[in-house]
Design a protein around this ligand. Structure first.
Ligand SMILES: [Ca+2]
Ligand SMILES: [Ca+2]
Length: 207
Protein backbone atom coordinates (compact mmCIF):
# COMPACT_ATOMS: atom_id res chain seq x y z
CA UNK A 1 0.00 0.00 0.00
CA UNK A 2 2.80 2.37 1.00
CA UNK A 3 4.62 1.61 -2.24
CA UNK A 4 1.46 2.30 -4.23
CA UNK A 5 1.00 5.61 -2.39
CA UNK A 6 4.61 6.64 -3.07
CA UNK A 7 4.19 5.67 -6.74
CA UNK A 8 0.94 7.66 -6.95
CA UNK A 9 2.62 10.68 -5.33
CA UNK A 10 5.62 10.44 -7.66
CA UNK A 11 3.33 10.17 -10.67
CA UNK A 12 1.29 13.16 -9.47
CA UNK A 13 4.44 15.21 -8.97
CA UNK A 14 5.74 14.25 -12.41
CA UNK A 15 2.41 15.18 -13.99
CA UNK A 16 2.35 18.49 -12.10
CA UNK A 17 5.86 19.37 -13.23
CA UNK A 18 4.96 18.32 -16.77
CA UNK A 19 1.90 20.57 -16.75
CA UNK A 20 3.89 23.44 -15.27
CA UNK A 21 6.51 23.07 -17.99
CA UNK A 22 3.86 22.86 -20.72
CA UNK A 23 2.11 25.95 -19.33
CA UNK A 24 5.26 27.96 -18.57
CA UNK A 25 4.59 31.62 -19.13
CA UNK A 26 6.69 33.78 -21.40
CA UNK A 27 6.72 37.38 -20.26
CA UNK A 28 5.83 39.88 -22.95
CA UNK A 29 5.77 43.14 -21.00
CA UNK A 30 6.06 44.08 -17.33
CA UNK A 31 6.48 47.82 -18.03
CA UNK A 32 9.65 47.98 -15.90
CA UNK A 33 11.38 50.83 -17.73
CA UNK A 34 11.57 54.60 -17.62
CA UNK A 35 10.95 55.51 -21.25
CA UNK A 36 7.51 54.98 -22.74
CA UNK A 37 7.70 53.05 -26.03
CA UNK A 38 3.97 53.14 -26.73
CA UNK A 39 1.93 55.81 -28.44
CA UNK A 40 -1.70 56.61 -28.89
CA UNK A 41 -3.58 57.67 -32.00
CA UNK A 42 -3.95 61.15 -33.40
CA UNK A 43 -7.76 61.16 -33.45
CA UNK A 44 -8.76 62.95 -30.22
CA UNK A 45 -11.80 60.80 -29.42
CA UNK A 46 -9.73 57.59 -29.44
CA UNK A 47 -6.62 59.00 -27.81
CA UNK A 48 -5.39 57.67 -24.47
CA UNK A 49 -3.01 59.57 -22.22
CA UNK A 50 -0.21 57.12 -21.55
CA UNK A 51 2.24 56.92 -18.67
CA UNK A 52 4.13 54.44 -16.51
CA UNK A 53 3.02 54.59 -12.88
CA UNK A 54 3.68 52.63 -9.65
CA UNK A 55 1.45 49.56 -9.62
CA UNK A 56 -1.00 49.35 -6.71
CA UNK A 57 -0.53 46.28 -4.51
CA UNK A 58 -1.96 43.07 -5.88
CA UNK A 59 -1.51 41.46 -9.25
CA UNK A 60 0.67 44.25 -10.62
CA UNK A 61 4.32 44.66 -9.70
CA UNK A 62 6.75 47.57 -9.91
CA UNK A 63 5.40 49.89 -12.56
CA UNK A 64 2.36 49.51 -14.79
CA UNK A 65 1.06 51.10 -17.98
CA UNK A 66 -1.66 53.70 -17.32
CA UNK A 67 -4.23 54.50 -20.00
CA UNK A 68 -6.31 57.52 -19.09
CA UNK A 69 -9.02 59.33 -21.03
CA UNK A 70 -11.10 62.47 -20.80
CA UNK A 71 -14.87 62.91 -20.85
CA UNK A 72 -14.54 63.80 -24.54
CA UNK A 73 -13.54 60.25 -25.44
CA UNK A 74 -15.42 58.19 -28.02
CA UNK A 75 -16.55 54.57 -27.75
CA UNK A 76 -12.98 53.34 -27.36
CA UNK A 77 -9.39 54.49 -26.78
CA UNK A 78 -6.25 52.72 -27.90
CA UNK A 79 -2.49 52.58 -27.79
CA UNK A 80 0.20 50.67 -29.69
CA UNK A 81 3.88 49.91 -29.32
CA UNK A 82 6.40 51.86 -31.34
CA UNK A 83 7.52 49.80 -34.33
CA UNK A 84 10.84 48.92 -32.72
CA UNK A 85 9.09 47.78 -29.51
CA UNK A 86 6.62 45.27 -30.99
CA UNK A 87 6.72 42.03 -28.98
CA UNK A 88 7.10 38.68 -30.72
CA UNK A 89 4.44 36.14 -29.86
CA UNK A 90 5.73 32.56 -29.70
CA UNK A 91 5.47 30.28 -32.73
CA UNK A 92 2.39 28.40 -31.39
CA UNK A 93 0.51 31.70 -31.53
CA UNK A 94 1.47 32.19 -35.12
CA UNK A 95 0.44 28.67 -36.00
CA UNK A 96 -2.72 28.33 -33.96
CA UNK A 97 -3.76 29.54 -30.54
CA UNK A 98 -2.08 30.50 -27.31
CA UNK A 99 -3.30 32.04 -24.08
CA UNK A 100 -2.31 35.62 -23.36
CA UNK A 101 -2.79 36.75 -19.78
CA UNK A 102 -2.50 40.18 -18.23
CA UNK A 103 -3.37 42.07 -15.07
CA UNK A 104 -5.88 44.90 -15.45
CA UNK A 105 -6.60 47.44 -12.72
CA UNK A 106 -9.95 49.17 -13.18
CA UNK A 107 -12.18 51.45 -11.17
CA UNK A 108 -15.64 50.36 -10.07
CA UNK A 109 -18.48 51.25 -12.42
CA UNK A 110 -16.07 52.56 -15.07
CA UNK A 111 -18.48 51.42 -17.83
CA UNK A 112 -15.79 49.29 -19.49
CA UNK A 113 -17.15 47.03 -22.23
CA UNK A 114 -14.01 45.11 -23.07
CA UNK A 115 -10.24 45.20 -23.21
CA UNK A 116 -8.78 44.39 -26.61
CA UNK A 117 -5.34 43.03 -27.39
CA UNK A 118 -4.03 43.61 -30.89
CA UNK A 119 -1.33 41.84 -32.85
CA UNK A 120 -0.02 42.34 -36.36
CA UNK A 121 1.05 39.63 -38.75
CA UNK A 122 3.87 39.39 -41.24
CA UNK A 123 2.06 41.41 -43.91
CA UNK A 124 1.11 44.18 -41.45
CA UNK A 125 -2.50 43.08 -40.99
CA UNK A 126 -3.87 43.81 -37.51
CA UNK A 127 -5.95 41.26 -35.58
CA UNK A 128 -7.91 41.96 -32.39
CA UNK A 129 -9.05 39.79 -29.46
CA UNK A 130 -11.48 41.02 -26.80
CA UNK A 131 -12.25 40.12 -23.19
CA UNK A 132 -14.80 41.67 -20.80
CA UNK A 133 -13.11 43.08 -17.68
CA UNK A 134 -15.76 41.63 -15.34
CA UNK A 135 -16.37 42.57 -11.71
CA UNK A 136 -17.75 45.97 -12.68
CA UNK A 137 -18.59 46.90 -9.08
CA UNK A 138 -15.05 46.38 -7.76
CA UNK A 139 -12.05 48.73 -7.94
CA UNK A 140 -8.81 46.80 -8.24
CA UNK A 141 -6.81 44.26 -10.16
CA UNK A 142 -8.33 41.45 -12.14
CA UNK A 143 -6.65 38.70 -14.16
CA UNK A 144 -7.74 38.49 -17.79
CA UNK A 145 -6.96 35.74 -20.28
CA UNK A 146 -7.45 35.79 -24.03
CA UNK A 147 -7.14 32.94 -26.51
CA UNK A 148 -5.02 34.23 -29.37
CA UNK A 149 -5.71 32.54 -32.69
CA UNK A 150 -7.46 32.96 -36.01
CA UNK A 151 -10.70 31.34 -34.84
CA UNK A 152 -11.01 33.54 -31.75
CA UNK A 153 -10.19 36.89 -33.35
CA UNK A 154 -12.98 39.46 -33.25
CA UNK A 155 -11.80 41.27 -36.35
CA UNK A 156 -8.92 42.34 -38.56
CA UNK A 157 -7.96 45.31 -40.70
CA UNK A 158 -5.18 46.78 -42.79
CA UNK A 159 -2.63 47.14 -44.09
CA UNK A 160 -3.51 49.96 -46.47
CA UNK A 161 -1.65 50.50 -49.71
CA UNK A 162 -2.51 53.67 -51.63
CA UNK A 163 -5.67 53.96 -49.55
CA UNK A 164 -6.82 50.43 -50.33
CA UNK A 165 -7.00 47.71 -47.66
CA UNK A 166 -4.75 44.88 -48.84
CA UNK A 167 -4.83 42.31 -46.01
CA UNK A 168 -5.73 38.71 -46.87
CA UNK A 169 -7.75 38.07 -43.68
CA UNK A 170 -5.39 35.30 -42.57
CA UNK A 171 -2.77 35.28 -39.84
CA UNK A 172 0.56 35.18 -41.65
CA UNK A 173 3.23 34.31 -39.08
CA UNK A 174 5.02 35.64 -37.21
CA UNK A 175 2.49 37.48 -35.04
CA UNK A 176 3.67 40.39 -32.92
CA UNK A 177 1.91 42.01 -29.97
CA UNK A 178 0.92 45.46 -31.22
CA UNK A 179 -1.07 47.16 -28.46
CA UNK A 180 -4.22 47.50 -26.39
CA UNK A 181 -7.63 49.15 -26.59
CA UNK A 182 -10.39 49.82 -24.08
CA UNK A 183 -14.00 49.98 -25.26
CA UNK A 184 -16.80 51.53 -23.25
CA UNK A 185 -20.46 50.74 -22.65
CA UNK A 186 -23.39 53.00 -23.32
CA UNK A 187 -23.27 55.33 -20.32
CA UNK A 188 -22.43 59.03 -20.75
CA UNK A 189 -18.68 59.47 -21.17
CA UNK A 190 -16.59 60.56 -18.23
CA UNK A 191 -12.87 60.70 -17.56
CA UNK A 192 -11.19 57.54 -16.26
CA UNK A 193 -8.20 55.25 -16.30
CA UNK A 194 -7.03 51.65 -16.27
CA UNK A 195 -3.64 50.09 -15.51
CA UNK A 196 -2.12 47.15 -17.38
CA UNK A 197 0.75 44.99 -16.14
CA UNK A 198 2.27 41.49 -16.25
CA UNK A 199 1.48 40.69 -19.87
CA UNK A 200 2.54 37.11 -20.58
CA UNK A 201 1.77 34.35 -23.01
CA UNK A 202 1.32 30.66 -22.23
CA UNK A 203 2.21 27.93 -24.67
CA UNK A 204 -0.34 27.23 -27.33
CA UNK A 205 -1.80 24.37 -29.27
CA UNK A 206 -1.48 23.66 -32.93
CA UNK A 207 -4.68 24.19 -34.97
CA1 LIG B 1 5.24 45.82 -13.74
CA1 LIG C 1 -2.60 38.42 -43.26
Amino acid sequence: MAVRLRLHRSLSLALSWGLMAACAAQGLDDFERTGLDLRSVVAAEHRAQLSLVPAPAGLGQGSALRLAWTAERGDWVECCYQDEALRDLPPPAAAGTCSLGLALWAEAFADLKYLAVRACDQEGETFEWRVPPGEAARTGWRRLDLQIGAATSSGHWGPWKDGVESGNGRIDPPLRLQGYAIAFGGEPARAGQVLIDQVAVHGGTQP
